[in-house]
Design a protein around this ligand. Structure first.
Ligand SMILES: [Fe+2]
Ligand SMILES: [Fe+2]
Length: 414
């Protein structure tokens, strides 16, 4: 911790620590927040910025908010790379909306008088500062760093700053940040719309959001039907091929996998178009063997259809065995194959239920189901399947559970 020397009122020197307190719902935290915090830290020479995620009512938003633990976890992940950033769970643990005056008072008590607190906020929030609970206490006792966009409500902001300086002697620092135009609500909307959010927030958070299925549903939930996702030219081409090659039950299975894959992609923010294409290809050579038809189909996609998207090729190549470190698309195809509506084996409903909210858990259930079936029949388990299960067990923090069943998804005549 860096301590800065400043003059006290009697002109004696004291060591004064400068701490930024950055409150917000952070639902989710994004690069706009992180940039504002870093700008504040550098410009105002803060020793630390303490992120303070607020408790958020689950009922007040247009979309289902991430739960409190998920938001806290995402903030922790986002700030972990910056030694000058830290996170407090003080507000989020309250279980009710906290008043900033209470939060800052508690922080001041904990950190001592030799700490100067700088409350970091945005223009919109600061414009209403005089209406906050115990605003006078806030404006007299703490410093404020207001992040603003150039030109955005500058006159209003300057007016409020002038007024609070005059009336309360408030220490306000205005910081113009052109890059602030990222919003959590915009990110949530993009996720619901299936649009990319990469470069708006850290990749690790995007993975986490996808894994947990956060923000995928709006309060007035609309999950598009598979039929709303446009067929691509390549889908029509492979459709011609499989119509000519596959027996009716296998064709029905393939279409079932395609519909299920699109639904899973929509649910878990994957690419629905790629998912459908992979599904249509996945069993094109089913007759060549249990473990060889996936690689054969991937090879065919590459050779005959010039598909060089490695993620798509892997999704088809490993759709039977799975493997360690499966991508989102790989999991979608693997799972869609196991739970499409034509599948009927003991335990499938449990896997379908898990697939409603947790892709990893559902894949793990399916893998364990297959491994148990093979073990019971004295058959060899592919090492990649074992690796895939071990990987997902680590990620989900436990074993999957399902009803015992004699049949495997792979042996139901599809
Ligand atoms: Fe297959
Ligand atoms: Fe299949």
């Amino acid at each position: 911790m860096i301590w800065q020397s400043v003059k006290n009122k009697d002109n004696s020197e004291i060591a004064m620590r400068r701490i930024g307190i950055f409150g917000g719902s952070f639902d989710p935290i994004h690069y706009g927040h992180l940039h504002l915090a870093e700008e504040a830290r550098c410009t105002e020479k803060l020793d630390q910025v303490l992120f303070m995620p607020a408790w958020v009512s689950p009922f007040k938003q247009e979309s289902l908010p991430a739960d409190q633990e998920d938001r806290l976890h995402m903030v922790r992940m986002a700030v972990s790379a910056n030694a000058a950033f830290s996170v407090s769970d003080m507000e989020i643990r309250q279980g009710v909306v906290s008043y900033t005056a209470d939060t800052l008072r508690r922080c001041q008590e904990m950190m001592g008088e030799e700490t100067r607190l700088y409350f970091i906020t945005g223009t919109d929030a600061f414009l209403n500062i005089e209406t906050w609970d115990r605003s006078e206490e806030l404006l007299r006792n703490y410093s404020f760093i207001v992040g603003s966009r150039p030109g955005y409500r500058q006159d209003d902001l300057d007016q409020v700053i002038r007024r609070v300086r005059e009336i309360y002697g408030t220490d306000v620092r205005k910081m113009e940040i052109p890059q602030l135009d990222i919003s959590s609500s915009g990110i949530r909307q993009r996720i619901r719309d299936g649009k990319p959010v990469r470069y708006l927030l850290p990749d690790s958070l995007i993975d986490y959001i996808h894994k947990k299925g956060l923000y995928a549903q709006s309060a007035a939930e609309h999950v598009p039907e598979a039929s709303e996702i446009p067929m691509r030219a390549i889908d029509k081409a492979i459709d011609e091929v499989i119509r000519g090659r596959l027996k009716p039950s296998r064709l029905a299975h393939t279409y079932g996998v395609a519909d299920e894959a699109v639904k899973l992609a929509l649910r878990f923010c994957g690419n629905a178009c790629k998912a459908r294409t992979c599904a249509l290809f996945h069993d094109v050579f089913r007759e060549v063997g249990n473990l060889t038809h996936g690689p054969a189909a991937a090879e065919y996609m590459k050779r005959e259809f010039n598909i060089d998207d490695e993620d798509m090729l892997s999704a088809v190549r490993f759709h039977t065995t799975g493997r360690r470190g499966m991508s989102l698309l790989e999991k979608i195809i693997f799972l869609a194959d196991a739970i499409e509506p034509n599948r009927s084996y003991p335990g499938v409903d449990g896997i379908r239920l898990a697939a409603k909210c947790d892709l990893d858990k559902a894949c793990l259930l399916s893998l364990e189901h297959t491994m148990r079936y093979l073990a019971q029949g004295g058959q060899e388990i592919d090492p990649q399947t074992k690796e895939a299960a071990a990987d997902l067990r680590e990620k989900t923090g436990g074993e999957g559970r399902f009803d015992e069943g004699k049949e495997s998804p792979w042996t139901t005549g599809k």
